[in-house]
Structures are given as structure tokens and as C-alpha cells.
Design a protein around this ligand. Structure first.
Ligand code: ATP
Ligand code: MG
Length: 270
């Protein structure tokens, strides 16, 4: 899968020449703050919105010329959970399987596999409207997996899940990655470290970093730094003392200070 994509919304450039390549067996993470352009890039890759310029190829199919084939290759977990509120979970998954071209026994088998994969058995006969956020998210993940696609594009797959479920979904993603190409978006560096083989840092629509999780960590100024919290009346002499230490490269005041307390990162010399 490869791309070089831009997207304008009127005069606003939301995605600015984002290019990358990702192979089978890889999990590529899109890491970036709110509004960075992660979802917009994913919407272009899944043919939900057209790029303003550039294109992408998925399993040899162009998003501009072969959108239907592209959609067949992809399982997509969009940012917002399914809105088929009046359907039962099992009904919804059968419906998606039908749209994907399955019927009869094979349809039932597919639904059953994804229900087990995403631990949805206990809510199979519950209406989507009445599901908790985590179960909705898992229902949405299940529909993305129903046709066993070679490419998965998952927009914040662990958003809203409890810690156990986060862990389970990360393990599921890792297990599925062997014979698939997976793209996930996240705000969480820890998630990149846990599941991604490589990550792309996106900021204001541009790619500002690209590499393995280790490579990205080693570029961080705060790598191996130590954060301490001190009382306000103590902090100036302490800061001076710490600055004098040979192994301290710099002492930085971190944002988020509350009155009476300062947080300082002690960044080691390289
Ligand atoms: N349909 C649209 N019309 C106008 N602006 C849009 C539209 N869709 C997205 N944008 C803008 O494009 C930018 C990128 O949005 P996008 O949803 O891709 O960010 P994101 O990285 O997914 O953020 P988040 O982490 O919050 O999900 C934002 O500034 C957003 O407001
Ligand atoms: Mg998003």
C-alpha cells in the first residue's frame, strides 16, 4: 500500500502531501494530536472522500480508478461507531456480511468468527443503541473484520475501551498482522510501542516523523529523562543544583504546573 495524498477543505489544508508505503506483515501507526489529519487521510484511503491531489494504491488498485476493488481489500473501522441503532448486534453483523456478498452457512460462520474474535457473544442479541461505548467500538471492529480483508484501516481502535479490552484488542491486532497490512491511528505513544512495527507522526497535516517505535523514541528530547515534582518554595535552589550535575543536560519546566508545585524534567546528557 502506498500513497501521496493532500486534502483541502475550502482554503484549509488538512492533509499536506502525506506519503508512505506499508507492506504485508506491518502495522503502521498514525500518531498525532487532535486535528492532525489522521482520520482525513484514512477517509481518502478508504474512498470515503476524494483527495484534492495525489493518489494511493492499495493491493495494486488505485483509489481514484478502482474504488470498488479498493473497498473489497479493506476492513475499515471509522472514527464514529455504527449508527444502525435499532439493529441487534448479530443482525447488524449479518447485514454487513450480506453486503459483503456472503449468504447461508458461510454468512453464519463469518459472523460467528468475528463475534468470538471481538468478544461480543454476550451482547449478540442486544440492540446497538443500548450498548456501552466499548461494546459499540467492538461491534464496529467486528464489521471491519467480517470479510477477512488483507488490509485493515482502524481509526483509533482502542478508543473508549477499558484497560483489559485495550490489551485484548492490541493483541488481536498483533495476531492479525502476520498476513495482513494494518494501519491504525492513535494519540497514545504507548500504543505505538505495543502494536506498531513503524509509526508516522502527523502534525498539522504533514508527516513530521517516520520510523520504528524505537527510532522515534530515541529522537525524543525527553528520552530517559526523569520527571520530579517539588514544592514551589524549594524549586529554584533545587533547579540550580540539578543544573550543576555533570550528567544533566538541561532542566525543563513542564507545562501543567499547579500552584505550589513544579514539575521538572531532568534530561540526561547523551
Ligand atoms: N469535512 C470537513 N470540513 C472541513 N474541515 C474538516 C472536515 N473534516 C476534517 N476537517 C478538518 O481537518 C483537520 C484534520 O481533521 P482529522 O479529523 O483528519 O484529524 P485527526 O488527526 O483525525 O484528529 P483526531 O485525533 O481528533 O481524531 C481538522 O482541522 C478538521 O477540523
Ligand atoms: Mg480522527
Amino acid at each position: 500500500m502506498s500513497s501521496s495524498l493532500s486534502k483541502n477543505f475550502n482554503n484549509f489544508l488538512a492533509v499536506d502531501q502525506v506519503s508512505f508505503e506499508v507492506q504485508k506483515g506491518e502495522v503502521l501507526g498514525f500518531l498525532g494530536p487532535n486535528g492532525a489529519g489522521k482520520s482525513t487521510t484514512m477517509k481518502m484511503l478508504t474512498c470515503f472522500i476524494p483527495p484534492s491531489s495525489g493518489t494511493a494504491e492499495i493491493c495494486g488498485f488505485s483509489i481514484l480508478e478502482n474504488p470498488l476493488e479498493v473497498r473489497n481489500q479493506i476492513g475499515y473501522l471509522p472514527e464514529s461507531a455504527p449508527s444502525y441503532d435499532e439493529m441487534l448486534v448479530g443482525e447488524f453483523l449479518s447485514f454487513v456480511a450480506e453486503i459483503r456478498g456472503f449468504s447461508g452457512k458461510e454468512l453464519k460462520r463469518r459472523v460467528s468468527i468475528v463475534v468470538d474474535m471481538t468478544s461480543l457473544r454476550e451482547v449478540e442479541n442486544q440492540m446497538i443503541e443500548t450498548l456501552s461505548k466499548g461494546f459499540r467500538q467492538r461491534t464496529s471492529l467486528a464489521q471491519a473484520l467480517i470479510h477477512d480483508p488483507p488490509v485493515l484501516i482502524l481509526d483509533e481502535p482502542t478508543d473508549g475501551l477499558d484497560p483489559n479490552q485495550k490489551h485484548e484488542v492490541r493483541t488481536l491486532i498483533k495476531n492479525m498482522s502476520e498476513d495482513r497490512t494494518i494501519l491504525i491511528s492513535t494519540h497514545i505513544l504507548e500504543e505505538v510501542d505495543a502494536v506498531c512495527t513503524r509509526a508516522m507522526i502527523i502534525s498539522e497535516g504533514r508527516v513530521v516523523g517516520y520510523g520504528t517505535p524505537d527510532e522515534l523514541m530515541s529522537q525524543s528530547l525527553y528520552r530517559n529523562s526523569v520527571t520530579v515534582s517539588v514544592n514551589a518554595e524549594d524549586h529554584i535552589p533545587l533547579m540550580n543544583d540539578f543544573n550543576k550535575l555533570d550528567f544533566v543536560y538541561s532542566v525543563e519546566h513542564l507545562p501543567g504546573e499547579t500552584s505550589g508545585t513544579g514539575y521538572y524534567a531532568f534530561v540526561p546528557t547523551k
